[in-house]
Design a protein around this ligand. Sequence first.
Ligand code: KIV
Length: 287
Amino acid sequence: MQELSYICTLIKRCFMSNYMEETRIITVQRLREMALRGEKIAMITAYDYSMAKLVDAAGIDIILVGDSAANVMAGYTTTLPITLNEMIYHASSVVRGVKRALVLVDLPFGSYQGNSKEALNSAIRIMKESSAHAVKLEGGKQILDSVTRILSAGIPVCGHLGLTPQSINKFGTYVVRATEADEAKILLEDAHALEDAGCFAIVLEKIPAALAKQVADELTIPVIGIGAGRHTDGQVLVLHDMLGINEEFSPRFLRRYLSLGEEIRNAVWRYVDDVKTKDFPSDAEQY
Ligand code: KIV
């Protein structure tokens, strides 16, 4: 009898430690451990409380409050118009829905380029007013002063290279970046500079898979890809794209997991029909 109870306790302990390991909150240190042991990092965007709660419960490692909110939440054609106040609003909504994931927030266009003091103030506002865990900035050596100054305040920074949508007016197009040797060389140097400065991770967007592999092989910090092939330490997708809500956007790198746009339209069409035909509300649905 005593033996049985001992075995039960052992099983319970084993189960509990696995459970705690699974639900342990994600930190920048834990992300690094994951990358070092070859466990892929799953990152997704979210911009509001309800979606953040769902993706967090599904076991996502990093929630990116991306400035893609400008596109998918506000309907702008670029990410440039979103403001720092708007990013803080989205970030604080997300943080309230999250128990486990690391919440990473984009510094919006105009809040960090060319002025490291302003960059630090912007990052501090995000951390203080939203309680997020880290910030992301687009660019390499040209924003290194801002990166270093933000890091000096103890704020974890993630870099973002390759297709950097805040520079769309410089690029003129959203095509794959760094396909030529000179741009690939600069990207590689930028990745090293960001790692050396102390960034905890780097996002690589829309670059050849072979180049992304080289960056991931050469760096020790986690490298997260979007449209950058399978050799990076993790992947990120925009939630509205992978759920099929943003139906107009269908680049080759995107895998659609749902056709939610169609489902939502159908559900609302049925609701409209029920109201018009006086089917809704029924006797059971009124007081
Ligand atoms: O804003 C965003 O959603 C991003 C991802 C595309 C990486 O930066």
